[in-house]
Each structure stands twice: as C-alpha cells, then as structure tokens.
Design a protein around this ligand. Structure first.
Ligand SMILES: [Fe+2]
Length: 243
C-alpha cells in the first residue's frame, strides 16, 4: 500500500468523538474477545488509523490483511477477499453532519467495528473458513445471498451469551450508539442463533434490525457455517432423502 492517506481535520475529529462515545459504551455490552482485540490492535482516539499500519499488525497477529476499499464492495468481491484473509476497509469517514446516521460502511464502522475481532485467532480462523466456503459458491446468486445473510446475522449484528450476561460482537452494533443500546434492551427481539431462522430474517439497511441472534458459545459459529455449507452443496431432493 502506498504512502499514508491524508485524513482531513474533520475526519480526525469525527474519529475521535465516535471513538470516545463507543468505547464509553463497551463496558458490560461488548463481548470480551472484542474488547481484548481493541486493545491488542492499538486503535486509539488520537488519530484515525492508517490502513497499512493496521495491516502490518493484523498480519503479525493472525495473518489477515486490510485492503483499502472505495466504499461498500459488492458481495462477491467481499466474500472472495475473506477467503484470502483480506478485509476491505474504507478510508472515507462520515461527516459531522451525518454523525449518527450513515447509510454505508465508513472507516469507523470497518476499523473499529470489524478489525478488533480479526486480531483474535479463533475468530480469524472462523472468518477465513467462512470465506473458503463462500469461494466455492460465488457463481451462485442464491448461495451468495445466503452467505451474506449469515454474515449479517453474526459478524454485523450478532450477540453472544457470556457467563455474566448478553454481550455484543456484531460490528454494525458496536459502531452505533443507538442500536447498541437498543439490541440489549427489553424492547428488542432476540433468539438463539438458528441457521434457518437467521437466513429467513429480513435484512434492514435503514433502521434497527427486527430480530437479533444470540450465539450460545463461539463454537456455534463454526457449526452454523458447516450447516450452511451442507445446505448450499446438497441438492434439495438429496437433502430430503437423507432425512
Ligand atoms: Fe460491516
């Protein structure tokens, strides 16, 4: 990657204010591996991160790399990158004017929301495996949609049950103050992760999710991926005859 990207003064201010606001909310809300990853990765309030530095750190920790993306990348490109242990991160930072509302991923969502868990060996191995499953089905529109839905219900909007309570690990939640409050509140609907239900739940891009899925433990993530892989591979008739 070439020389450092020049963030504007407003980019740096937005990063700092968002960083302070979200880190203040992590206590008793964020999953332990996310908090550990945030510290391990060395993200700070003081400066919006340079992607080549994050890449170097991740490569040392788990073998993953960060690649600069122009914004939201299409689903096939995204899934294909995961199989190569590459995570796309946009350098665009939301403006102060749209501080609370942003319709697509920005640097804060991508770097603060997604990268801490990628410094965790177990998560990194799972996401690589998920990408490898995906790579076998990139020619199939239906399969791509199913894979994106499972990613959405876990890596973007997932919750997990820890010994002392419900915790959040999804990047879409950890990078949003309002939905981080909402998803843990009594008003939100939650259920244990179930692949069939997770694939059926509508994806909402312009508001809060109607339903959140809770991982009972981290190994369930690999089990859910294996279950989806079988579904994507087995023709429907064969699947039924095996029952
Ligand atoms: Fe995301």
């Amino acid at each position: 990657m070439n020389a450092h990207h020049r963030y504007t003064a407003e980019d740096q201010l937005v990063w700092k204010v968002l960083f302070d606001r979200q880190t203040a909310l992590l206590h008793r809300r964020a999953a332990a591996p996310f908090v550990a990853g945030l510290n391990r990765l060395g993200l700070t309030r003081d400066a919006a991160p340079e992607l080549d530095e994050l890449s170097q750190r991740l490569r040392r920790l788990t073998g993953w790399e960060v690649v600069a993306a122009p914004g939201r990348v299409d689903d096939r490109t995204f899934l294909g990158l995961l199989a190569q242990r590459q995570f796309p991160v946009t350098r665009w930072v939301r403006s102060m004017q749209f501080f609370d509302y942003h319709s697509g991923p920005d640097l804060f969502h991508d770097a603060f929301g997604h990268l801490p868990l990628l410094s965790d060996a177990e998560w990194a191995a799972w996401l690589e495996h998920f990408g490898q499953v995906a790579r076998r089905h990139l020619h199939d529109d239906h399969a791509v949609e199913q894979l994106v839905r499972l990613f959405w219900r876990t890596a973007e909007f997932g919750l997990t049950q820890e010994a002392d309570g419900l915790r959040v690990y999804g990047a879409g939640l950890l990078s949003s103050a309002a939905e981080l409050h909402y998803c843990l509140s009594a008003e939100a609907s939650r259920q244990p992760l179930d692949v069939t239900a997770a694939l059926a739940a509508p994806i909402i891009r312009d508001g809060f999710q109607q339903l959140y899925f809770v991982l009972p433990n981290w190994t369930e993530l690999a089990d859910a991926t294996a279950e989806l892989a079988v579904q994507l591979t087995a023709p429907v008739a064969q699947e039924q005859s095996l029952r």
